[in-house]
Design a protein around this ligand. Structure first.
Ligand SMILES: [Zn+2]
Ligand SMILES: [Zn+2]
Length: 366
C-alpha cells in the first residue's frame, strides 16, 4: 500500500503520488488570463473579435451577447495544459445587470472538460476571471446614430383588430421602455407613430434597432405575440450597406373575453398577462393557466351568445329560458358555481349545438 501525498489516503492507484481525487483537484487543464476585455456595440450588439465587428447571434438577449463575446474572445487566449479538451464554456450569472452604454467589470467562470492522464480520463475544472465590458458604437451604428430611421415596429393582431385595451397596454409598455432609454441615453429613439385604421394596428418608427427589438420582445412576452423580422437596404456605400429592419409583431387571434376551444374544451379567456393565458373551462368552471406553448392548441370557434334567465335548478340540470325567443332549455352541468341561482340573468354560449352558462354581462353585445 502507498499513500496519497496530499490527503494521506492509502491506495495503490496513484497519479503523480496523488489519489484520483487529489490529482483532479491539483491538476490544471488550462491557463486563463485574469481579465478579458470585451467591446460591444450598444445599439446592434455586434462585438469585437480580432479587430473586426461580429454580428450577435441572438441580439434579443444581452446576456447571450456578452456570453458569446467573452467565449469567442477568450478561447484563443486560453493556454492548454491538457492533452485534449472536450468542451469549454463560459458561465455567466443571468442576474448580473448589464446595461448598454454602461461600463462594467463582471465575474465569469470558464468551465473546461479535459484530459491529462489517460488512466484518470476526462474531468471538469472551472476557472474564475473578470471581464471588462466596454461599449462602443460600431461604424454602422455610429453613422445612423443621428436619429435616422433604423427599425419599424408593426404591431397587429392575427385576423382581427387590436382592441382599445390592448392598444392602451401596448402604449404604456412602449412609454415605459422609452422612458428608460431616455434616462440612459438622453434621448428617445422613437421618431414617429402611425396608426393603421384598417387593421387597428400601429407602426412605430425607431432610430434604434435595439430599442425596437426590446419593445418587440416585451410585447411578445406580455401578449404571447409572434415576431418576424425582415430587412430592406436603404442606401449606404459599397462597403457598408445600410439595412433597415421591419419587425412584425402579431398578437394572437384570441384576446381577453374570447371564447375558444383548447384541446376541444370550450374555454373563455379571462386575462393574458406575463406571457400566460388565464382562462376558465365552460363545462366545469375550472380555472386554467396556459403557457405560450400550450396556447398553440387554442382554436378559434364559432359561437352564439344570448341572454337567458335561470328558471330552475334540479340536481345536475339547469333549466334556462332564452330572452330572445323564450325557448326553454335543460343544460346538464358538472358542477354548479354559486352565481347560478334561480331567477338570475345569465349568458348562454352555444358552440356546435351545445350550450354553456356563463356570468351575464349586462348590455354587452357580441
Ligand atoms: Zn488524496
Ligand atoms: Zn452597431
Amino acid at each position: 500500500m502507498r499513500f496519497c501525498i496530499i490527503c494521506g489516503k492509502r491506495t495503490d492507484e496513484l497519479y503523480n503520488n496523488m489519489c484520483r481525487e487529489c490529482y483532479k483537484e491539483n491538476t490544471e487543464l488550462v491557463r486563463v488570463p485574469e481579465v478579458i476585455n470585451i467591446t460591444i456595440c450598444p445599439e446592434c450588439f455586434s462585438y469585437m473579435f480580432r479587430g473586426k465587428w461580429e454580428k450577435a447571434e441572438n441580439p434579443y438577449d444581452i446576456h447571450d451577447v456578452v456570453h458569446d463575446a467573452i467565449l469567442r474572445n477568450l478561447a484563443p487566449k486560453v493556454k492548454y495544459i491538457a492533452r485534449a479538451v472536450k468542451s469549454m464554456d463560459v458561465i455567466l450569472d443571468k442576474s448580473i445587470k448589464l446595461v448598454p452604454y454602461k461600463k462594467s467589470k463582471i465575474d465569469v467562470t470558464l468551465l473546461v472538460e479535459g484530459l491529462v492522464d489517460e488512466r484518470v480520463g476526462y474531468f471538469m475544472k472551472s476557472y474564475n476571471l473578470k471581464a471588462n465590458i466596454r461599449w462602443r458604437l460600431c461604424p454602422l451604428c455610429f453613422k445612423v446614430k443621428a436619429q435616422v430611421e433604423e427599425a419599424i415596429l408593426q404591431i397587429r393582431a392575427d385576423g382581427r383588430k387590436l382592441d382599445d385595451d390592448e392598444i392602451l397596454r401596448i402604449r404604456n409598455l412602449v412609454e415605459e421602455i422609452l422612458y428608460q432609454a431616455y434616462e440612459e441615453e438622453g434621448k428617445s429613439p422613437l421618431i414617429k407613430v402611425e396608426e393603421d385604421k384598417k387593421s387597428g394596428g400601429m407602426d412605430l418608427y425607431f432610430a434604434s434597432k435595439r430599442i425596437a427589438r426590446y419593445i418587440a420582445n416585451a410585447i411578445q412576452r406580455e401578449f404571447l405575440a409572434s415576431i418576424k423580422e425582415s430587412y430592406s437596404t436603404v442606401g449606404g456605400n459599397m462597403r457598408e450597406e445600410r439595412k433597415k429592419i421591419t419587425i412584425s409583431v402579431r398578437l394572437p387571434k384570441f384576446k381577453v373575453g374570447s371564447i375558444v376551444l383548447y384541446r376541444d374544451r370550450p374555454i373563455i379567456i379571462k386575462d393574458i398577462r406575463d406571457g400566460r393565458i388565464h382562462a376558465m373551462d365552460l363545462r366545469t368552471y375550472e380555472k386554467l393557466k396556459l403557457t405560450a406553448r400550450e396556447a398553440r392548441d387554442i382554436e378559434i370557434c364559432k359561437y352564439r351568445r344570448e341572454r337567458a334567465m335561470v328558471l330552475s335548478i334540479t340536481g345536475s340540470e339547469i333549466q334556462v329560458m332564452k330572452l330572445t325567443n323564450y325557448e326553454v332549455l335543460d343544460i346538464p352541468i358538472e358542477r354548479r358555481p354559486m352565481w347560478i341561482k334561480e331567477g338570475e340573468g345569465v349568458d348562454l354560449i352555444t358552440i356546435n349545438g351545445k350550450s354553456y352558462i356563463i356570468k351575464g354581462v349586462l348590455g354587452e353585445e357580441e
